[in-house]
Design a protein around this ligand. Structure first.
Ligand SMILES: CC(=O)[C@@H](O)[C@H](O)COP(=O)(O)O
Length: 265
């Protein structure tokens, strides 16, 4: 049977993506493994830490790899602890890789890696005013998410769980609420552990999923990447298809209405 046509591209800042799976590169055991995983994921947008990535002479850079694979780069400010550091990193990345897109991460501390919301809001305000397209990594708080949209973010990226924990979506209610309230794309970012977590994010109404660790540190990264490719698509279709309501009691799947007349002629 023919597949349902995938006619609902993700549109971000006027750019269309047929894949709703955004990947990160951190934690990959090698660039060959990463390349195989990126291809298996079918991703069209990948984020790279501008502070952590080193260009090694004589070796293909991550930027060259993404360009060769036709994957758009989303630079990120991972490792920044203050608005000032994040703004500086974003400005340097705009010069270095010639894009005004930035995934804005401002981390409160190195143990939790949770977003520092006051610093995030302040950096967002300044970067938006400077013409950046800000993809803001935030917590699962609907109030903070709304503030980020109001400040002019291009996309808002609430976490499912802390980065690298693989715990999945700790507060599905808040994620669903954020996805239903915001008008900019909502990308579930961080904490994903396995394919069903990504499917759930999409079922809850997120526009896309961003993940790194669940693929890069999987036993078989390319296999896991392919699983995520299908899960994101399945979750999106389920969201569009409209789930049935949850009922407290059994409800016969076949209706009895009209049955007597049919049996009695
Ligand atoms: C790649 C990146 O930007 C990470 O900081 C991101 O938040 C992903 O988190 P996981 O590694 O938990 O998927």
């Amino acid at each position: 049977m023919a597949e349902v046509a995938h006619t609902d591209d993700l549109v971000v800042d006027g750019t269309r993506f047929s894949s709703r799976l955004i990947t990160g590169t951190g934690g990959a055991p090698g660039q060959d493994v990463l390349e195989a995983a990126l291809i298996a994921a079918g991703t069209e947008l990948t984020t790279v830490s501008m502070r952590r990535h080193a260009v090694v002479p004589g070796r293909e850079s991550i930027f060259a790899l993404l360009s060769r694979l036709g994957i758009r780069l989303l630079p990120n400010t991972a490792g920044c602890h203050t608005a000032r550091e994040a703004i500086l990193t974003a400005k340097m990345s705009r010069e270095a890789v010639d894009t005004d897109w930035v995934k804005l991460e401002v981390i409160a501390d190195d143990e939790s890696l949770l977003p520092d919301i006051p610093e995030l809001l302040s950096a967002t305000e300044e970067l938006v005013a400077d013409g950046f397209k800000v993809f803001a990594y935030t917590n699962d708080d609907p109030v903070a998410a709304q503030r980020l949209e109001d400040l002019g973010c291009t996309a808002v990226m609430p976490l499912g769980a802390p980065i690298g924990t693989g715990q999945g979506i700790l507060n599905p209610h808040n994620i669903e609420y954020i996805a239903s309230r915001l008008t900019v794309p909502v990308v579930l970012d961080a904490g994903i552990g396995t394919a069903s977590d990504a499917a759930l994010a999409m079922e809850l109404g997120c526009d896309a999923v961003l993940l790194a660790t669940a693929v890069t540190r999987a036993q078989e990264p390319a296999l896991m990447a392919e699983a995520f490719r299908h899960a994101v698509r399945a979750g999106r279709l389920a969201h569009r298809g409209g789930r049935i309501p949850r009922r407290p009691m059994a409800h016969a799947s076949s209706s009895m209405q009209g049955r007597a007349e049919f049996l009695l002629g």
